[in-house]
Design a protein. Structure first.
Length: 255
């Protein structure tokens, strides 16, 4: 665990936040992943702006413009969150961490807060990049009109990334093993569950259990009706349940 200041031999919650923030950004793996994420988002935002200049006239949807630059963030930031959550167990420093913070749920809470804050910051940066890309594109193609840039779309984009990152935190807690959690988050919602729709009996169930699919209308700012049910059920399955399992495992597992 990153060295932190303590009071009476115990780490305060503020110090836990600082320690988890350092773990999020100062390991070799996280630095590489965050650098790749930033580079890909920047390149894709530029390509999206160039694509707008190729449109002779008409409209461009803001959610569709944000979608592609946000893809690296939604794919890789949850992996960084998993590495942060599982660092104690993979680096054999859990004993030090939990001696300084006997209430293990506080460590998990600090990790969740840091990951959530990182997702919001990342989303804001993506929105800024997309906005700059759009403004530059309109200099060369002023006849194109932007639609759908409203508060629902902005909040939807933020919530979409937040859900993805919290799923990473939850799976990291549940597995306490980075490779297993990464395989699950990268393959199950994007490959296994979509393939399950081939089976007729599972087709109606999939929207209720696949958070990846349930986030789509949220990102577009058009979510309504039963889609809220899909989102609530799938996020409970992918976030709440793994967190409960993870907190239990942390309390019963020896460091």
């Amino acid at each position: 665990m990153t060295d932190i200041g303590t009071a009476n031999g115990k780490a305060s919650f503020g110090n836990l936040i600082i320690a988890e923030t350092r773990k999020l950004v100062d390991t070799r793996a996280s630095v590489w992943l965050l650098s790749i994420t930033a580079a890909l988002s920047l390149i894709i935002a530029g390509v999206s702006g160039w694509a707008v200049t190729q449109v002779r006239s008409g409209t461009v949807s803001w959610p569709s413009l944000v979608f592609f630059p946000a893809m690296p963030v939604n794919a890789l930031l949850p992996v960084v969150a998993i590495l942060m959550v599982t660092a104690e167990w993979s680096h054999r420093t859990a004993l030090t961490t939990f001696v300084m913070t006997p209430r293990r749920h506080l460590v998990a809470a600090a990790q969740g807060i840091v990951a959530a804050a990182a997702s919001v910051v990342a989303t804001v940066l993506v929105l800024v990049l997309t906005g700059i890309s759009w403004l530059v594109a309109t200099i060369f193609q002023p006849s194109v009109t932007l639609i759908g840039a409203n508060w629902k779309a902005l909040l939807g984009a933020t919530a979409t990334t937040l859900i993805a990152v919290l799923v990473g935190v939850a799976l990291g807690l549940a597995f306490l093993n980075a490779p297993a959690a990464i395989i699950v988050i990268l393959l199950v919602p994007t490959t296994v569950l979509p393939m399950a729709t081939i089976i007729k009996q599972l087709r109606a169930i999939t929207p209720w259990i696949n958070y990846f699919q349930a986030r789509t209308p949220l990102a577009a700012g058009t979510i309504h009706g039963v889609e809220w049910g899909h989102l609530a059920t799938s996020t409970a399955l992918w976030i709440v349940l793994p967190v409960i399992i993870g907190l239990w495992r942390q309390h019963v597992r020896e460091p």
